[in-house]
Design a protein around this ligand. Structure first.
Ligand SMILES: NC(=O)c1ccc[n+]([C@@H]2O[C@H](COP(=O)([O-])OP(=O)(O)OC[C@H]3O[C@@H](n4cnc5c(N)ncnc54)[C@H](O)[C@@H]3O)[C@@H](O)[C@H]2O)c1
Length: 391
């Protein structure tokens, strides 16, 4: 299996004290079980070359893997560059981990080179781009999925079972609070934070999760934002975004559920975790609350003070045979994609099944439609926006 990774930033290699990264470490772990003959990492900055090689050696040493990868520096023209990278030997699949506004152009080029794609969230910021990618993917007979890893978190799988069994009764509302440290927009994503916002970059995870848990379809959305720290520090985007989304039960159209999302990316550096996150779902017969930050593991050291650790997301864990392994729900999500590509290569009819049973491009259109409506409402000072996309 030959894998192409587009991007060599925080989510691929881990940077700026944000943890070990997810994509490279996951591929190293996967390579212990599945032969990955060729792995190519392509990004913009030639300085990434050494960093990527150092990071792979470090991970290989830690978990006893033996992954090798080439690094390629990309030029300006996306279509030419992707064809050039692929002509070095075709890649069977790609993992796209670059800033939100670039997802469309790179994924379109990859699909046209007949490469199955896994995109980090958000799928795309606009419905028009998402619909075009779905069209190309289906025409080319390829698998397209979005790395919406909260679907692999066991606490959310428990929530899905409870909701599907009707334990909460008729669903009425849900609330989500999600925030990250200010270093993310000020340092890690400084070059592109203004082209995104906290809802599009982060809260999208929970928009998808509400859809996944309930099967409800979004019909209207509105949002307002606040400015403060980021503008003062030269990054022209909202500190926080507050969105309300109305969802309809497709089985009983009179059943409308309201979800409210409060999100920021200006948490102090001293907060005890990179991500602070919790959600609640309320129905006529019960309430389900999930604290997704406090997983019951706290580490206190002299250097860093208290840390609320989430060992279930994307972590090196003890392993009785290899010393350490890389695991977590983000790892599971990437491994699922690689296994799906192996399945498709032996049985192309599997593609049809994956459309409905994975965070496929088709399913991710739902969260993109909400992002688009929220972004439009933010520009129009909180005006309600109807969601017209066909899901
Ligand atoms: N799923 C998650 O939990 C999660 C976490 C972090 C980031 N992300 C998503 O991953 C994406 C990238 O995030 P990151 O943390 O790696 O960001 P980053 O800013 O750390 O890295 C961005 C990477 O993109 C490359 N890049 C920038 N412009 C490019 C261009 N024009 N052409 C090709 N490559 C280019 C850079 O060289 C860099 O390697 C974003 O869409 C973000 O929303 C997802």
């Amino acid at each position: 299996m030959n894998v192409l990774i587009i991007g060599a930033g925080m989510y691929v290699t881990g940077r700026n004290n944000t943890g070990p990264g997810t994509v490279l470490a996951s591929l190293c772990e996967i390579s212990k079980k599945i032969p990955l003959e060729r792995v190519t990492i392509a990004a913009k900055n030639p300085a990434n070359q050494q960093l990527v090689q150092d990071r792979i050696s470090e991970i290989n040493r830690k978990i006893g893997s033996d992954l090798r990868a080439d690094y390629v520096t990309l030029g300006e023209d996306v279509d030419i560059e992707i064809s050039k990278v692929n002509s070095r030997g075709p890649h069977h699949c790609a993992i796209v981990a670059i800033p939100d506004h670039l997802h469309y152009a790179y994924t379109r080029a990859l699909l046209r080179n007949k490469i199955h794609c896994l995109l980090v969230k958000p799928f795309t910021p606009t419905v028009e781009e998402a619909v075009d990618l779905i069209k190309i993917q289906e025409e080319e007979g390829l698998h397209g999925a979005v790395e919406l890893h909260k679907r692999f978190d066991e606490s959310n799988l428990y929530a899905k079972r409870i909701i599907e069994e009707g334990v909460l009764g008729q669903l009425l509302y849900s609330t989500v609070e999600y925030s990250q440290r200010i270093t993310i927009p000020l340092t890690v994503f400084r070059s592109w934070a203004e082209k995104s916002n906290i809802f599009q970059y982060l809260t999208v995870h929970y928009v998808d999760l509400i859809y996944y848990l309930t099967g409800f379809k979004p019909v209207r959305a509105m949002a307002i934002g606040t400015y403060g720290m980021l503008k003062q520090n030269g990054v022209n985007t909202f500190d926080s975004v507050h969105a309300t989304v109305l969802w309809q039960n497709p089985m009983r159209p009179e059943n409308i559920m309201v979800s409210q999302f409060a999100s920021n990316w200006i948490d102090p550096e001293t907060t005890t975790a990179l991500s602070d996150q919790k959600y609640k779902v309320v129905g006529t017969r019960g309430r389900l609350e999930l604290d997704q930050k406090h997983r019951g593991v706290e580490l206190v050291t002299e250097g860093r003070g208290p840390e609320a650790v989430n060992p279930y997301f994307s972590e090196f864990l003890f392993h009785p045979d290899t010393g350490l392994s890389f695991n977590g729900y983000a790892y599971q999500s990437i491994q699922r994609f690689i296994l799906d590509i192996i399945d498709i290569r032996t049985d192309p009819s599997r593609l049809e099944y994956l459309k409905d049973h994975r965070p496929s491009f088709r399913q991710a259109l739902v969260s993109t439609a909400v992002i688009e409506a929220v972004n439009q409402s933010l520009i129009r000072q909180g005006e309600w926006r109807v969601i017209h996309a066909k899901f």
